[in-house]
Design a protein around this ligand. Structure first.
Ligand SMILES: CC(=O)SCCNC(=O)CCNC(=O)[C@H](O)C(C)(C)COP(=O)(O)OP(=O)(O)OC[C@H]1O[C@@H](n2cnc3c(N)ncnc32)[C@H](O)[C@@H]1OP(=O)(O)O
Length: 443
């Protein structure tokens, strides 16, 4: 789709920083003012930002004719250059769509639709077969072929909740420190990457990673630094950010970043430990971290940010009902180049299936593909004229792509059609993945 009349795309540069932040504050209302936001470094390189501008006659110019028009930035989008994004069994390059905003005075006239088409074209040019995003509002992106590929849970767990024992957990020591980029950037980055690649500490057959799909990694120095930034206006009245690091035999095995907030009530102090990110390399480290978090003085509960639906804590709680659980949509995925994306992941069971895909927005993807693979080995994916075993829209294929939403669950909603008996069962098992997808941070 092209932009409506009067609007045009324009690359953005460092000179546009103030206009970009100003527009962002129109799109996403915030209590933190323009001047403060402007001081923060942006975590995206400028060549990953695209603006939409509108040229207007300069009404204040005298005489009017011959005056240069004024140009206003009215919309923008950007994308993270993820180099090591986890897909089932492998890592790949993914474009992380972000900073999408249209000024309220220019909305609902097709600007977002045109920006999405531009973004998808850019992905193709850059050889990024997959686009991923977090949706500000969950109803926006399905129409563009994005499928809901990962869910997360947000837990509130009472202080002192009992945990089932894990061998080796008591062999950890814990360091509690103020979180700073100087002291923790490398530790956080290396543990975060390793936990995404090998959350269970083991691999899969055929050299596949038994990884956590959807796990976005902070692949540029700016992203790593921005993640640890802790400016007072963004604290929302809570304390500075802290980190607990658990070590075994002198080696860091996990960390959790958090802030405490204490309310002094008539009954006494009632504090909340607001968890930002918890990362552990094995069950013993997870147990050691939770043992610290669930026993901090003056607090009465731990509230997580996003954790995976199969996070260790859900199996460790002696009384799982003690945790209040809310579910939310996590990563949305768009397959920009269907055969390339299907070939970049691994499959959890032997499979030989012809899948018919419809893609109204990117018609070059429409067609039938034979996906053939041995469990966990590299697959072969070919376009074919053979009769389809299954058919579905590209949005549904994207929802199943990270292995967290089964093809069978989509078929329950009438979104996948089986043409060959048995193909739904085998394809559903193959497209699923042993570890649930999630991104530990919102991008
Ligand atoms: C990955 C991210 O960055 S997520 C952040 C997205 N940004 C925001 O939420 C900030 C505030 N909102 C905005 O900036 C804008 O309203 C946007 C970006 C959501 C939409 O931009 P617009 O230019 O108004 O969208 P556009 O006119 O192209 O609409 C395209 C379609 O999406 C629909 N749509 C747009 N916004 C929404 C929404 N919030 N919820 C549901 N549907 C929506 C429109 O109705 C339209 O539907 P149609 O094709 O059936 O007619």
């Amino acid at each position: 789709m092209t932009l409506p009349d009067g609007y045009r795309l324009r690359p953005l540069s460092a000179d546009d920083k103030r206009a970009v932040i100003q527009l962002d504050l129109w799109a996403f209302p915030s209590g933190v003012d323009l001047e403060t936001q402007e001081k923060l470094p942006l975590e995206l390189p400028w060549d990953r930002f695209v603006g939409v501008v509108r040229d207007e006659p300069d009404e204040s110019a005298v005489p009017l004719d011959g005056a240069l028009p004024t140009t206003e930035l009215v919309a923008m989008h950007g994308s993270y250059p993820f180099e090591h994004f986890n897909v089932p069994g492998a890592e790949t390059r993914v474009s992380g769509l972000t900073w999408v905003g249209v000024h309220p005075a220019h909305r609902r006239r097709g600007i977002l639709s045109a920006m999405i088409d531009h973004h998808l074209a850019q992905c193709r040019e850059r050889g990024e077969a997959i686009s991923a995003l977090f949706a500000a509002e969950a109803a926006i992106y399905g129409r563009f072929g994005y499928g809901l590929a990962a869910h997360d849970v947000r837990l509130t767990i009472p202080r002192g909740a009992k945990l089932r024992p894990v061998t080796g957990s008591t062999e950890h020591s814990a360091r509690l420190e103020e979180l700073t980029a100087e002291n923790h950037l490398e530790l956080v980055d290396s543990l975060h990457r390793e936990a995404g690649r090998r959350p269970l500490g083991v691999g899969a057959p055929h050299g596949a990673l038994l990884n956590r799909p959807g796990w976005a990694t902070r692949d540029t120095p700016e992203m790593r630094r921005r993640h640890l930034e802790d400016l007072p206006p963004f604290r929302g009245g809570k304390e500075t950010r802290r980190i607990v690091v658990v070590e075994r035999n002198g080696e860091a095995r996990g960390y959790a970043t958090f802030r405490r907030e204490v309310r002094w009530e008539d009954e006494g102090p009632r504090g909340t430990v607001h968890l930002s990110e918890i990362v552990a390399l094995d069950a013993a480290a997870a147990h050691a971290l939770w043992s610290v978090l669930l026993d901090l003085d003056l607090t009465s509960e731990v509230a997580t940010f996003v954790v995976a639906p199969d996070d260790a804590i859900l199996s460790l709680l002696v009384d799982p009902r003690a945790a209040r659980t809310k579910g939310a949509d996590n990563v949305w995925v768009r397959l920009v180049d269907v055969p390339s994306a299907l070939a970049q992941r691994r499959y959890a069971a032997d499979v030989d299936v012809v899948v018919r895909v419809e893609d109204a927005r990117l018609p070059e993807n429409t067609g039938s593909y034979r996906v053939r693979a041995q469990a966990f080995a590299a697959p072969s994916v070919e376009r074919t004229d053979d009769a389809a075993d299954l058919s579905l829209d590209v949005r549904e294929l994207a929802a199943a792509y990270l292995g967290g939403t089964t093809l069978a669950s989509l078929a329950l909603a009438g979104l996948v059609t089986e043409h060959t008996t048995g193909s739904l069962a085998t394809a559903s098992a193959a497209f699923a993945w042993p570890v649930q997808p999630v991104s530990s941070f919102i991008f």
